[in-house]
Ligand binder design. Structure first.
Ligand SMILES: NC(=O)c1ccc[n+]([C@@H]2O[C@H](COP(=O)([O-])OP(=O)(O)OC[C@H]3O[C@@H](n4cnc5c(N)ncnc54)[C@H](O)[C@@H]3O)[C@@H](O)[C@H]2O)c1
Length: 279
């Protein structure tokens, strides 16, 4: 099958590209390399350097490759950045996504697979693990934008006949993850400090909890979605939550861990992150 992976030079998208190529598919990548890296991209995939905010660039890439399926991973993927700059978040994640969808319809793409979020949709969840029917009440513009695009997918299926599968990811970790400071990247941050023999620091009391999943499992879910799940929305998660103190102890082999008061951030930045998230 011919598959275009947007964001295929990024952390998760590049693993999805690898899995598709290993399974024998023909893959192209659309990425503007803003957070992705050329060296992440499998050498068997052709690369279209394009920005999803630019409809003409997206149209040209999709028209040139003529994929049967588009796997949409390109995104502004930082919750704190969406709080600091909600307009940019919406331009990339909502308008950019719409450009991909419109070009998909114009070029007779059968299906779009979308990487949404579990952790940023439910606010402070009523129950953990939350299921896919949990009430949606995002705390961040990032969560709102992801949910808006989920709704557009359903509309485009009804109106234009392009089907979709939405995969709502937990906090994903694994090789190629950037360890710039964001809470969901706690495994990458802890591991990189331990490799350097440095202590790890836990913000707050260490009782914040997250559902963490290895990127290999995410690639497997994206493989399954090629043939299954049309019109469906699914969590891609472990269903168990881990506290950061427990996670540090589990990962630690000889490194020290310390706790500190949460860093001072604006109210909006602090409230955009739930204390526990498990989907
Ligand atoms: N990492 C997680 O734990 C997690 C959790 C839930 C959902 N997701 C979603 O999974 C997807 C991949 O996330 P990631 O962690 O691999 O992030 P990432 O930043 O590594 O990957 C995003 C990719 O999109 C590209 N990109 C960004 N803006 C673009 C634009 N305007 N035009 C074209 N390409 C653009 C980047 O260059 C990068 O290659 C995102 O949609 C993200 O929201 C990630």
């Amino acid at each position: 099958m011919k598959i275009l992976v947007t964001g295929g030079a990024g952390f998760i998208g590049s693993h999805v590209v690898d899995a598709y190529i290993t399974a024998g598919h023909e893959v192209a990548v659309l990425d503007n390399m803003s957070t992705g890296r050329e060296e992440n991209v499998n050498s068997s995939a052709r690369v279209h350097r394009a920005d999803v905010r630019d409809l003409a660039q997206v149209q040209a890439a999709i028209a040139a490759f003529r994929p049967e399926l588009v796997n949409h991973h390109a995104a502004q993927s930082e919750v704190p950045r969406s709080v600091a700059d909600p307009g940019y978040d919406a331009q990339v994640n909502v308008v950019g996504g719409l450009n991909v969808l419109r070009a998909a319809v114009d070029n007779s793409v059968r299906k779009v697979i979308f990487s949404s979020t579990g952790g940023a949709l439910y606010g402070e969840p009523d129950v953990v693990p939350a299921d896919e029917d949990h009430p949606i009440r995002p705390l961040s513009p990032y969560g709102t934008g992801k949910f808006a695009f989920e709704q557009y997918l359903a509309t485009f299926q009804r109106t234009f006949g392009v089907t979709f599968t939405t995969l709502r990811y937990a906090n994903i970790y694994g090789a190629r993850q950037d360890f710039a400071a964001e809470e969901g990247r706690v495994v990458a941050i802890f591991a990189s400090r331990m490799i350097e023999g440095k202590p790890v620091t836990i913000d707050g009391d260490g009782n914040q909890s997250r559902d963490m999943l290895h990127v290999g499992d995410v690639a497997t879910a994206n493989l399954a979605a090629l043939e299954r799940g049309d019109g469906g929305t699914y969590h891609v998660s472990s269903g168990t939550s881990r506290g950061s103190a427990r996670r540090a102890r589990a990962t630690c082999t000889g490194s020290r861990s310390t706790t500190r008061a949460p860093p001072s951030t604006s109210d909006g930045a602090r409230r955009s992150s739930s204390r526990r998230a498990c989907a």
